[in-house]
Write a protein that binds this ligand. Structure first.
Ligand code: NDP
Length: 279
């Protein structure tokens, strides 16, 4: 595993983790997380709204038991949902996630979406700062924030988010947001990196995969890492969980990175952060 050092306290963030969006809160979640930890994953990305924190937590517990590694070798992320926005609600939302996960701290806690109410967004971030200052969480960040959201935080709050988790994939390369995040020292993290599987049929990706003797998924994951973007592909399939982490024994050429990046069409798969109300 390779790591990124974040601005906050000194535990570093793995460049690759397991995402668990749309994974049922049953043995599926538990087994996927456990298998990931046994396969070498050290980072898991869940969220209150995914409704699977209990079984993800059990998977973490069983993964730790199976490998003998300690909690501090893992990097666990969850996200605050919109029903808990507002400075006074953040700690309760955080505690609810911890209770479900069976953990006593998170490595990273994110505001899931900016929402449409700027003052509520600012107050919510102040609640995240409270958690951080009280040493209850290792790192705080945001998700689905555009430059204007981040500029509002910068003008009205005091701690900079360490992470912005956004949709980033070959058809949506977000060049201006990436440049901004780099300039501000905020780490970019990509969600839906495989476009839910759609990108795996692309001819260019398949040709590059053939060249390296790797799978299309491994090529797209590697493209994220080489773009300095932390990546969290989701899978509940044991062989794919193993395949998706087997990306540290090869590198793409600058030309291959450019070929994949040139697929950009500024095309979102998910909602537009300027419009999303959570409904
Ligand atoms: P992904 O782009 O990671 O795609 C997941 C899909 O690809 C699943 O259907 C999976 O199938 C399949 N897949 C995985 N690996 C392979 C492989 N090697 N070969 C072929 N198919 C494969 O989708 P997600 O939307 O889940 O995004 C990843 C994570 O990002 C989420 O799980 C979540 O943690 C986060 N996220 C965050 C959001 C936010 O607003 N902050 C929004 C959306 C996602 P199978 O599972 O059946 O193996």
């Amino acid at each position: 595993m390779e790591y990124k050092t974040l601005n906050g306290k000194n535990n570093a963030m793995p460049v690759l983790g397991l995402g668990v969006f749309r994974v049922e809160n049953d043995d599926t979640a538990k087994e996927a997380v456990k298998h990931a930890i046994i396969s070498g994953y050290r980072s898991i990305d869940t969220a209150a709204i995914y409704g699977n924190e209990e079984m993800v937590g059990l998977g973490i517990k069983e993964g730790l038991e199976a490998t003998g590694i300690s909690r501090d070798e893992l990097f666990i992320t969850s996200k605050l949902w919109m029903d808990s926005y507002g400075r006074e609600h953040v700690e309760k939302g955080y505690q609810a996630s911890l209770d479900k996960l069976g953990l006593d701290y998170l490595d990273l806690y994110l505001i899931h979406w900016p929402g449409l109410d700027e003052s509520l967004m600012i107050e919510t971030w102040k609640g995240m700062e409270d958690l951080y200052r009280a040493d209850k969480v290792k790192h705080i960040g945001v998700s689905n924030f555009n430059i204007e959201h981040l500029e509002a935080l910068k003008a009205q709050t005091s701690i900079k988010p360490e992470i912005n988790q956004v949709e980033f994939q070959p058809y949506l390369t977000q060049a201006s947001l990436r440049d901004y995040l780099k300039k501000e020292g905020i780490q970019m993290e990509s969600w839906s990196p495989l476009m839910n599987g759609d990108i795996l049929k692309n001819d260019i990706v398949n040709a590059i995969a053939k060249e390296h003797g790797k799978s299309p998924a491994q090529i797209v994951i590697r493209w994220n890492i080489e773009n300095d973007v932390v990546v969290i592909p989701k899978s509940i399939t044991p062989s794919r969980i193993e395949e998706n982490i087997d990306v540290f024994d090869f590198a793409l050429t600058p030309e291959e990175i450019e070929q994949i990046s040139s697929l950009n069409e500024d095309k979102r798969m998910g909602p537009d952060p300027l419009e999303f109300t959570g409904e």
